[in-house]
Ligand binder design. Sequence first.
Ligand code: ATP
Length: 559
Amino acid sequence: MIATAGNRASESRASLELVTVYEISKILTSSLDVSRTLRESLNVLQSLLGFRRSMVLLKEEDEDELELFVSVGLNAAEAQLARYQPGEGVIGRVFSLGTPNVIPDIASEPLFLNRTGSLDENAGGPPTAFVAVPIRTATHVIGVLTIDRKGEDSGGYARDLRLLSMVANLIGQAVTLRRIVTEDRERLILQTEHERDARNKTVFTLDNVVGASERMQQVFAEAHMVAPSRSTVLLRGESGTGKEVIARAVHELSPRANKPFVKVNCAALSETLLESELFGHEKGAFTGAAGVRKGRFEMADGGTLFMDEIGDISPAFQTKLLRVLQEREFERVGGNKPIKVDVRLICATNRNLEKMVSAGTFRSDLYFRINVISIFLPPLRERPNDIPALASHFLQRFNEENDRHIALTDAAQGVLQHCYWPGNVRELENCIERVATMTRTDRVDMHDFPCTHNRCLTQVLHFVKKDDAVAPAEAGAVGLEAPQAPAGFTPGASPATPASSAPAGSAAADGKPEGERERLIWAMEQARGVRAKAARLLNITGRQMGYALKKYDIQVRRF
Ligand SMILES: Nc1ncnc2c1ncn2[C@@H]1O[C@H](COP(=O)(O)OP(=O)(O)OP(=O)(O)O)[C@@H](O)[C@H]1O
């Protein structure tokens, strides 16, 4: 009789588990919005099987910590604290070792960190058990799924473990699928950019390159000197100083001007994607490689390949690139036929490559290969006499495109002149466009700049990290500290950066400001500089967030 009741209980538990897995698999395949589907899955787990709390923690490729992706049963303050280094505590170990862990009583487990207060919540009650299982893709562990429940017998833990492992597998597949689709989308975006580049090429003229200062005249002279040869050029300078502008100028001034100028942003692509983008791939080289595709080296044949953010490529990719530069030939991914191309390479970086070489993170042989001729782009704050010409260049372009006749008053010019411009020319360009768009009259005065109303956030968010600051050989470019507001301005409370802050009353109904850049800044502020969290606020992936921050040149720090 007892045995029959026991059998019945275990049968009903087994069928409950089946229903749970079935429901969760239905939810996870219903949409690519993983934060929604995962939250719903945890709700199913909780309501069908009665767990107290559960969490999904994921480690994005470009983050060094496991961070909470979704949770059930945690309040906002507890959720903020749920992040772990690989190897740290129970969760970090499950991630590093790739093996599940069951803690029957968290109160007596020294490895249990109690970061989110599970223990305190349960003070005085029956023991709380904790189960954590790894979430995997086909190749590696990407996260951890955890649940808390009131203490049970060991048979109960074994069942929890089995069920959670099945659910973790489903989650792993859903996250992988989402990542593949996102990468594909990013590839398409880059392809579109490339096509746009190709179109823009026809309207690019050196007249668009502005710079009256002595420093920029020197840069132009160097560009003229290097253009005729095939030597590799390395462009150094902070973000937004005009490295791409000069790369195009070198190409336009060279005998290759009638051949393609092809750009690749090394920081925006994962290593695998970068490899297939640069070298192309053969049919069937990997899942989704339906046909043969030429890489950017081949597309640039006879012309120039501009590799932006070269300091951001992984050590493994540095080795591959070095081989290609040495042998001057390569194979497409999945192919074995050597391909030779005639390409002039221009690289750019805002990183301190010398420091990276000393730290062993950038190969010295690759460094010497690409650093044949260096051109340094000075930050805008070091050439303030370029500001009026650049401002009027951008304003003129705006007027032509919008059929307006806007001019800057002297006071407005003064505001521009006193800004520190941490985002350099790009920030000035955005600032002019913003203020011109917002003004209803034909005169832009000093009060039209958001910074004069203390509404410019970029001064707070921008900074240059000492170790990563640009390049050594240029006077004044070494070891830049966080920018100081110019004399006469109070940091964070003054018209220091009239760039692209949100205009008054621009918050949308959801509380997020309008405009892509403002939303990014808003999210980074809310998330106190934690990129993955900011991405979730905007419902985008960490990778998309990284790409968007780069695109808008938003450099942030953790608070
Ligand atoms: N001398 C210049 N004359 C006219 N426009 C410029 C000049 N320098 C930069 N710009 C404009 O500023 C923006 C940023 O320039 P660019 O993309 O070349 O900077 P970058 O140094 O390559 O930035 P990143 O390191 O972030 O890629 C572009 O829109 C570009 O057209």
